[in-house]
Design a protein around this ligand. Structure first.
Ligand code: ADP
Ligand code: MG
Length: 331
């Protein structure tokens, strides 16, 4: 077949697929169009809606498919989000505090939440991301940061009640700044004429990570399955952080523990990484890699991964570039 005929055949096949799936085609086309026209996002149901337990594409499915080894976090997030988003008249904004060691999926979970509310996901102009180290680095500037942040939150919530604010590295945030934004998260009908009751605040921190890790190890040594670990088993440990971070008037609705990841989860992350990098996903290779690229504790039983899935992407890139059979052990 010459190249012209081949082109015709491709067009014909495309047309056939489109005719059979006109609806899907227009939906895809509209998604493309929406992506290409960045300024047309509005604060309405066309752009903001929640599909918590929807079949196939809801938050439940997304958490189940993408967030490995976090049965407690997945459950609490889903319940909290479903309750809040289906309530037309929430009494306060939703405040979730994620705790766990780095590389356990806190940022990923926040992205999945956002993806299931905003059509534009993290690109939505109603989603605001802050990192304490980058955005609020100097203790001497606390008052300035505080008033800028208050101003920013008020302006954005006035503009769209459903705004989401994500604070990463929250444990490194100066308490003065947190004090400044607490009123927005508390039970107030309105502040200066603005209602914050539909806004969502997500705080991500490594604080509590050690205690969560210890509790997971203790439970495992006592012969319990990971899935038997309940929120209640970790809540007391986490609540000790509540006071340190948020002070007396605790505005947090849910403290959510992210468990340390095990070998099997590292394998899952590697498989995902392989696909993302255009490599052929190979379970045996992924298992071997998981042995080598990540350190585990305790030394003798190698149960829990220290860096979580954080190093996986960079190790895989190194592996792909150097085309090694198995990457070098992590240093
Ligand atoms: N539990 C998990 N399930 C799936 N992928 C994970 C998980 N934890 C971490 N990852 C992956 O590892 C990388 C770092 O994770 P991230 O969510 O940024 O961790 P954290 O915010 O807890 O430090 C990301 O690429 C993420 O997709
Ligand atoms: Mg993170």
């Amino acid at each position: 077949m010459n190249s012209r005929n081949r082109k015709h055949l491709v067009v014909l096949l495309l047309l056939l697929v489109c005719t059979c799936r006109t609806d899907a085609f227009f939906r895809t086309f509209k998604d493309w169009y929406d992506k290409l026209t960045p300024s047309n996002e509005e604060c309405n149901e066309d752009w903001i809606s929640f599909d918590g337990r929807g079949v196939g594409k809801g938050l439940e499915a997304d958490l189940g498919r993408n967030l490995f080894g976090q049965h407690i976090a997945s459950d609490v997030i889903l319940n909290a989000m479903t309750g809040f988003m289906n309530n037309d008249n929430p009494k306060k904004s939703l405040v979730l505090s994620f705790h766990g060691r780095s590389g356990t999926g806190k940022s990923l979970a926040s992205q999945l939440i956002v993806k299931n509310i905003f059509k534009k996901g993290m690109d939505s102009r109603f989603v605001h991301f802050f990192n304490s180290i980058i955005n609020f680095p100097h203790a001497s500037q606390v008052e300035t940061y505080k008033s800028q942040l208050q101003h920013w939150i008020r302006g954005n919530v006035t503009n769209c009640a459903h705004s989401v604010f994500i604070f990463d590295e929250m444990d490194k945030m100066h308490p003065g700044i947190i004090d400044g934004i607490k009123p927005f998260m508390d039970y107030h009908y309105k502040l200066d004429g603005v209602s914050y009751q539909k806004a969502i605040f997500l705080f991500l921190s490594n604080g509590g990570g050690e205690i969560i890790r210890e509790s997971t190890l203790v439970s495992w040594k006592a012969g319990k399955k990971r899935e038997e670990l309940k929120l209640e088993d970790l809540e007391t440990a986490l609540s000790s952080f509540a006071f340190d971070y948020y002070g007396e008037s605790n505005v947090v609705d849910f403290f959510i523990p992210f468990l340390p990841l095990e070998h099997q989860h590292i394998v899952q992350c590697i498989m995902v990484g392989m696909v993302a990098m255009g490599l052929q996903p190979d379970h045996n290779k992924a298992c071997k890699m998981a042995d080598n690229i990540v350190n585990y504790i305790p030394d003798d039983e190698r149960r829990i991964s220290i860096p979580g899935c954080k190093k996986v992407a960079s190790r895989l890139r190194h592996f792909k570039q150097s085309n090694k059979e198995v990457p070098q052990p992590a240093g």
